[in-house]
Write a protein that binds this ligand. Sequence first.
Ligand code: SF4
Length: 225
Amino acid sequence: MELSAYQKVFRSGTGPSSLVLFSTKMASTIIVPESMLNEIREGVVTEEEAEILRDLGFLVQSSRKEKAEMRYFIDELNGADTIFAAEVVMNLDCNLACRYCFEGQRKGEFYMTEETADQVVKFVEHSVRSRSNVTDVRLTFYGGEPLLSPGLLTHISEKIQNRPSAMKKDTATGGLLLPTELSLLPSTRRKSILPASGRLQLPSTVRRISTTGLGRSPQARDLSI
Ligand code: SF4
């Protein structure tokens, strides 16, 4: 028997010489004496201890076999799913300055390039082609603020527009740029960015202040699209 590859070891708050083992595969936990970790690794635990550790997923016949089984399990899960879903991060920039911003230090003037956008298109096409049972493709344009990248957003949206699978595109936006960006686009393009089947994930109850302090994020009902 071997220690499972899917475990994390933490110091226990219950005593200086105790460890918490957490199985990321089984979501199980056990507190053991620190000295026992080596005994588990060396396979010198008692039969009774081994049985408990096996039941909780910490001991397995072979960690190599366990990894192979997990790979197969994920392939099997993906194979059973008829939906291909992806979030496309257009940039990490934002025109709002929410006090509660959860993006922290990740934000900045980092924008997807056209080359990467073409790779996104290829990745989606390849993923859908390689899974014969996919009937729905769902893309969510995300940021930062995805509408700060209207050109590339349209580019990706139009290139994947005419694929055989049903396509749904959502845009997770703060909403402040929405009226302006939409008015700049011809109506056919508006449709490709905000297709009737797609959703706008807008803050419906919270008004947010822009970085310039000049605008506020509109409520969903204020928008005429
Ligand atoms: S809209 Fe912009 S500022 Fe507000 S939480 Fe999201 S990333 Fe942060």
